[in-house]
Design a binder for this molecule. Structure first.
Ligand SMILES: Nc1nc2c(c(=O)[nH]1)N[C@@H](CN(C=O)c1ccc(C(=O)N[C@@H](CCC(=O)O)C(=O)O)cc1)CN2
Ligand SMILES: NCC(=O)N[C@@H]1O[C@H](COP(=O)([O-])[O-])[C@@H](O)[C@H]1O
Length: 220
């Protein structure tokens, strides 16, 4: 009887947690190819993040790491990593975690952090991406899963999905359309990583040893 290895995920979030819920529904406590996937903790920088309630509903350990009274980014990050290190995760999944992480934090988890970002990177790094795409008159938008590096939203892109922008779109309407694609691609990227098929080597994302298109997306 083959032994089943448990792959542990810690999720970081700041808000609603629909990506967390999607990962809970599709991956949490599932076993595939002799590996068991478990979300061992959900951590947030916001005490009122509904994602913490979703973790509680699923019986997953959860905690708010609040920045109140903490003066520096590095100090906060040290607290966050102290919490994470209790779990020794195989992968840190950022799912709407709205804090920029310091180099000191990133260096502790090289190639072990994924983020989902609501744009077709390298376009629209940062925040407010949907409105920026609408304001720019773009005909399409989308979402990227990428490795997390010190430089914001610049780590190697793993997978992207595109959606059309319609003339009557509001940022909220466009965000809804993008979110549907997020829920499709994030579990794929997570499964690829935990099964050992996906890695980050020399700032490139490799899937089954093949270099994925460096930041940006395959030509139309
Ligand atoms: N070092 C890195 N940190 C983070 C990355 C990254 O790639 N490298 N990804 C982001 C996620 N993110 C977009 O995908 C993002 C999150 C937060 C911000 C931002 O401007 N945050 C402000 C505070 C905003 C707020 O509190 O509302 C800040 O931290 O000063 C931009 C992009 C996660 N971190
Ligand atoms: N810069 C990071 C960023 O903006 N991430 C975005 O936050 C939302 C979280 O939604 P959720 O809480 O419902 O998963 C998602 O749309 C994700 O792409």
């Amino acid at each position: 009887m083959a032994t089943v290895a448990t792959k542990k995920i810690v999720v970081l979030l700041s808000g609603n947690g629909s990506n967390l819920q999607n990962i809970i529904d599709k991956l949490h406590n599932t076993t595939l190819n002799n590996q068991h996937i478990e979300i061992v903790a959900v951590l947030s920088n916001k005490a009122d993040a509904y994602g913490l309630q979703r973790a509680q509903n699923a019986g997953i350990k959860h905690k708010a790491i609040i920045s109140k009274g903490i003066s520096s980014r590095e100090q906060y990050d040290a607290l966050l990593s102290q919490e994470i290190d209790q779990y020794q995760p195989d992968l840190i999944v950022m799912a709407g975690f709205m804090r920029i992480l310091s180099a000191q934090f990133i260096d502790k988890y090289p190639g072990k952090m994924l983020n989902i970002h609501p744009s077709l990177l390298p376009k629209y790094q940062g925040t407010n991406t949907h409105q920026r795409a609408i304001d720019a008159g773009d005909s399409e938008h989308g979402v990227s899963v990428h490795f997390v590096t010190e430089e914001l939203d610049s780590g190697a892109t793993v997978i992207q999905a595109k959606v059309p922008i319609f003339s009557e779109d509001s940022a909220e309407k466009l965000a809804e359309r993008v979110l549907t694609q997020e829920h499709l691609i994030y579990p794929l990227a997570i499964q690829w990583f935990l099964s050992g098929r996906l890695s980050m080597v020399n700032s490139h994302a490799l899937l089954d040893g093949l270099i994925l298109p460096a930041n940006g997306y395959a030509a139309d």
